[in-house]
Ligand binder design. Structure first.
Ligand SMILES: Cc1cc2nc3c(=O)[nH]c(=O)nc-3n(C[C@H](O)[C@H](O)[C@H](O)COP(=O)(O)OP(=O)(O)OC[C@H]3O[C@@H](n4cnc5c(N)ncnc54)[C@H](O)[C@@H]3O)c2cc1C
Length: 336
């Protein structure tokens, strides 16, 4: 472990280490993997920024997942996530060490924290990116993000200001495997005086929810408005059980109360990396398909032969879901 001189530039590609729910929320690890690839193209290093108290174990984890450097701020005042305090420390470090690129997961905190930070640093920010690439000629970061309500994907660059900042949708990139032999530097730069927080967390309690893990399920049965009723939608739970998978849903199905919010797939929901997604009664809006495009195989069921979902499906069944799903269930019950 090294102490670091504040004057020594670190630069390169930085990722904000969001370690809350470490074992469920893998977006930081996914960004380290992507950031490492980008850093390689810029011939620089991937650095993870870690703020909190008793965070050394997370620093070690980030090194094991590919970080070259971890810059850690260890301070009791940083124990609770607080946008103002975190923005103060991070903006100081950005000004001192001048990273080229600064990334965070589009988690609830990242979405609140990064716009403030970008404003302070007088630079741009692309929110909820679904792809990041380096332009080989200009060496600018191409930040691909849904635009105009998600109907288009826009490539955004930040040519004149630094750092180039983006939040990235969880599940878009794959994390590197844990390597206990990996070597990295963990440094503790000066945090400086912290502002008096205007909000103090008195107590926090973990919300009790049933553990729904759509992101890691090998099979996802995704249902949309086309199922027509909660009763029809409920068939998907049996289908998922028979195929040892999980149920996902589009926004209208969630709004209708057919499934819980944590099953939402897409731009504002989860991204799956399943071997198989069966997408039933979904039109195939871009905001939804963003969440399933990483699946190995997509089978779509829709009664409209022109539904856009068929453009991304490997196999399409044209027909009424309320007829086809019971047939599928019956066939599976006999086979399994
Ligand atoms: C900023 C923004 C973010 C968004 N984020 C998300 C997101 O994260 N996730 C998300 O899902 N949506 C999101 N949306 C909404 C998204 O644009 C679509 O409206 C939504 O995905 C459509 O859901 P759907 O396919 O279930 O419904 P619909 O578009 O209404 O499609 C229903 C489909 O079912 C078919 N159908 C009807 N009856 C049957 C039947 N009996 N059998 C078979 N097929 C049938 C129809 O032909 C139709 O294609 C977002 C929108 C915006 C503006």
């Amino acid at each position: 472990m090294n102490r670091m001189e504040t004057s020594k530039p670190i630069g390169g590609v930085w990722v904000f280490g969001d370690y809350r729910n470490y074992f469920q929320n893998r977006v930081t690890l996914q960004l380290i993997a992507k950031g490492k690839e980008l850093a390689g193209k810029l011939d620089t290093k991937i650095t993870v920024i870690l703020l909190g108290e008793q965070i050394h174990q997370f620093a070690m984890e980030y090194v094991a997942h590919g970080a070259d450097v971890v810059m850690a701020a260890e301070h009791p005042e940083l124990k609770e996530y607080d946008v103002e305090t975190y923005a103060t420390v991070l903006s100081r470090w950005v000004e001192a060490f001048k990273p080229e690129i600064l990334l965070a997961g589009a988690t609830s905190f990242g979405r609140e924290f990064f716009p403030r930070l970008a404003k302070r640093l007088r630079t741009g920010l692309s929110a909820d990116c679904v792809e990041l690439e380096m332009d080989p000629e200009s060496c600018l970061l191409i930040q691909t993000t849904p635009a105009f309500g998600g109907d288009l994907l826009a490539d955004v660059v930040t040519p004149n200001h630094r750092p180039q900042m983006a939040t990235v949708h969880p599940g878009v990139f794959r994390e590197l495997p844990h390597n206990a032999e990996a070597v990295g530097r963990i440094v503790y730069p000066d945090v400086g005086p912290l502002p008096d927080p205007r909000v103090r967390v008195v107590r926090s309690r973990r919300q009790r929810t049933r553990n729904v893990n759509v992101e890691d399920a090998p099979v996802v049965i995704a249902g949309g408005r086309g199922l027509g009723s909660k009763r029809s939608f409920d068939m998907l739970f049996e289908l998922a059980e028979l195929l040892e998978g999980e149920v996902g849903a589009t926004r209208p199905a969630i709004l209708a109360g057919w499934a819980e919010e944590e099953r939402l797939l897409g731009q504002t929901g989860k991204t799956v990396k399943a071997k198989l997604v069966i997408s039933i009664g979904t039109s195939g809006a871009l905001q939804y398909t963003t969440g399933i495009q990483g699946a190995e195989t997509v089978i779509a069921i829709n009664r409209d032969p022109h539904a856009p979902i068929f453009r991304i499906a490997d196999l399409g069944l044209i027909g009424d879901a309320t007829v086809l799903v019971p047939m599928l269930l019956e066939a599976l019950r006999k086979r399994l």
